[in-house]
Design a protein around this ligand. Structure first.
Ligand code: AMP
Length: 595
């Protein structure tokens, strides 16, 4: 591949996040902002009002220019404005909020000034690490990650010693707030990172509870890869006149690549592959496999099934690679089976379908793979094979491309036969529009047709049918017979899913958390999800009735028809009785000691 081709490859690539997100190659990305009117700073990170120490840290990290989302977010956040950002991981969104937040921290405050909520422990750790790295020039700043599944006590003593920035998962942050170990009275900024993920994971009530407890004057920043209505509602309710920043790639606008996935158990993959090719193949196809050995197995199977196939893997010498790509480009082969490395930067316009025969190593590889289709303004299809166990990774890939991956079934005979008929119709229409290049040849063929028609007394339709038979060859055009195995794998899959989901859901809903703390007693109250109750409603009502401080109220767990509330031991009887009749969400609590 020439250097020019490589450049073309980079600029035209479909949803290449690496090309869309970060400064070194951001030609693909566009910033859409409804509010930003000020002139852009001339270059780099200067001009946003950052301290010398931060500028040095960024230079040391090798950051030369802000990414599009950073350029858009810095001026707003440095002014203390609320902001809604729609951007995916890989766009530099962490630094987009972390740098202004760090710069706006005030020295000498003992209690936390900034709180970041993240959906998972991993993301919380990662964001905390980023804050630490960016605050290298301010060694006195303290950043703490708090998440479930780890020791409370060490988190409490760190909080007591004084922390400036807390990054945590909603559940654990809420626990600390309720226990009074996380003091939010001095909090000036809150970031909701990956808000749509928090919604998906069922944390949205907790997030709202936290938001309800925060000081009136605070800056709220919300980042989300997608904007479902619940997140829009949240942002309307809790953010004040926010700046809005959306990062999109050109190809996301066009949505030129339709992405689908097929769940297929390992032993059925080759059969499923042949069926997908039969139903959806046509123009050029690239099949990606993880290893050289798999490329060979796949190619041999397809060749045995009558396909013309070429292989591109690390064992193919460079000069032969170029010949192979040329054969694919010219249409002398339609199917290429390749490994990721060998197909890097491959730019062939006629690729209409990319099949991920094996799951890619990471989302970057996936984005690169599917970017081999939908080139030069054309549309393309991408099909991902996943085994039942690998299905959980699909969500990451959707986030990386910002587009949904639809589920698709292994094509049955009907879909295959439709695919075959469609291809035949296409070939016939193309042939009807083509002239034979040699005029004398065309005249001879005309004469031949007339002779056969006269000899056999054929109508034009009969003659055309004979020509079609010739083109189709001796094998049956339509596939018949048994496709039972597909039904079986579908059924097994569905059963497994149903069992797993119902089991997990039941467990999540019904399992009470670990025993209450030593000085607490667990009570049951008869309001639950069905009444749309939130922890904040219970805390507010119980605190109001009993005179308890909100932070004295311990863990609250809400189930479908009831909730569990941990309250200090030794509740006087009259207080207990008043709680029995107390109404929350229009329903009496009917409080009782939980068993
Ligand atoms: P994020 O989208 O926050 O997950 O960031 C993606 C990656 O880009 C991280 O590894 C950051 O360290 C890196 N990054 C963020 N901003 C910049 C920048 N302006 N220049 C170069 N790399 C950056």
């Amino acid at each position: 591949m020439t250097e020019q081709q490589q450049q073309r490859d980079d600029s035209a690539c479909a949803v290449d996040l690496s090309a869309s997100a970060l400064p070194e190659s951001n030609s693909n990305a566009e910033v859409f902002t409804t509010t930003i009117k000020s002139a852009e700073p001339e270059s780099g990170f200067a001009g946003f009002g950052f301290s010398e120490a931060l500028l040095r840290t960024l230079a040391d990290k090798g950051y030369t220019d802000p990414s599009p989302i950073q350029k858009a977010a810095f001026p707003e956040l440095m002014l203390g404005r609320d902001l809604v950002g729609q951007a995916q991981t890989g766009t530099g969104k962490t630094a987009a909020f972390a740098l202004p937040l760090l710069e706006r921290l005030e020295s000498g405050q003992k209690t936390p000034q900034a709180l970041v909520l993240a959906p998972t422990r991993e993301l919380a750790m990662q964001v905390a690490e980023s804050f630490k790295a960016y605050s290298a020039g301010h060694p006195h700043l303290k950043v703490l990650a708090v998440y479930g599944g780890t020791d409370f006590r060490s988190q409490i003593s760190a909080l007591r010693r004084g922390v400036d920035v807390v990054v945590g998962t909603p559940g654990r942050v809420m626990d600390h707030m309720r226990q009074g170990t996380l003091d939010t009275s001095g909090l000036r900024s809150l970031v909701l990172d990956e808000a749509d993920e928090m919604l998906r994971m069922g944390f949205i009530d907790d997030v709202e509870w936290i938001l309800d407890q925060l000081p009136e004057q605070r800056q709220v920043v919300l980042f989300s890869a997608t904007m479902p209505p619940e997140i829009r509602r949240l942002s309307k309710r809790y953010l004040k006149d926010p700046a809005e920043v959306t990062i999109r790639t050109k190809d996301q606008e066009g949505k030129r690549i339709r992405q689908r996935s097929i769940t297929v158990p390992m032993p059925h993959k080759l059969e499923a592959l042949q069926r997908v090719l039969d139903a959806c193949g046509g123009e050029g196809v690239i099949i990606f496999a993880r290893t050289k050995a798999i490329t060979l197995t796949v190619a041999e199977t397809l060749e045995a099934g009558g396909h013309q196939v070429a292989v591109l893997n690390g064992d193919v010498p460079q000069n032969q690679r170029e010949r192979t790509v040329e054969r694919l480009r010219s249409g002398s082969v339609d199917i290429l089976v390749a490994t990721d490395v060998a197909a890097r930067g491959l730019d062939v316009e006629r690729i209409g379908l990319v099949i991920n025969y094996d799951m890619p190593f990471d989302s970057e590889a996936y984005v690169h793979r599917i970017g081999r289709t939908g080139r030069a303004g054309r549309t393309g299809e991408a099909v991902l094979f996943v085994t039942p166990r690998e299905r959980r990774f699909i969500r990451n890939l959707e986030r990386a491309t910002g587009q949904p991956i639809e589920a698709m079934e292994v094509p049955g005979n009907t879909a295959i036969n439709q695919g075959r008929l469609d291809r035949l119709r296409k070939r016939l229409s193309e042939a009807a529009q083509e002239q034979r290049p040699e005029a004398d040849e065309a005249a001879l063929l005309q004469e031949l047709m007339q002779r056969v028609a006269t000899e056999l007394e054929l109508s034009p339709e009969q003659l055309a049918m004979a020509a079609l038979n010739l083109a189709i060859g001796p094998d049956a055009l339509l596939r018949k017979g048994d496709d039972d195995w597909i039904q079986n794998t579908r059924r097994n899959d569905r059963d497994r899913d149903r069992e797993r989901n119902s089991g997990e859901r039941r467990e999540r809903r019904e399992r009470p958390a670990r025993a209450p703390e030593e000085n607490m007693q667990r009570y049951r109250v008869e309001v639950g999800h069905r009444d749309r109750v939130k922890p904040g409603n219970l805390v507010g009502a119980i605190a109001g009735e009993t005179g308890l401080q909100g932070r004295m109220i311990g863990r609250i767990q809400i189930f479908d028809n009831h909730s569990l509330v941990d309250l200090p031991k030794g509740m006087p009887e009259e207080v207990f009785n008043s709680l029995r009749c107390l109404k929350v969400m229009n329903r009496e609590l009917q409080i009782s000691q939980a068993s």
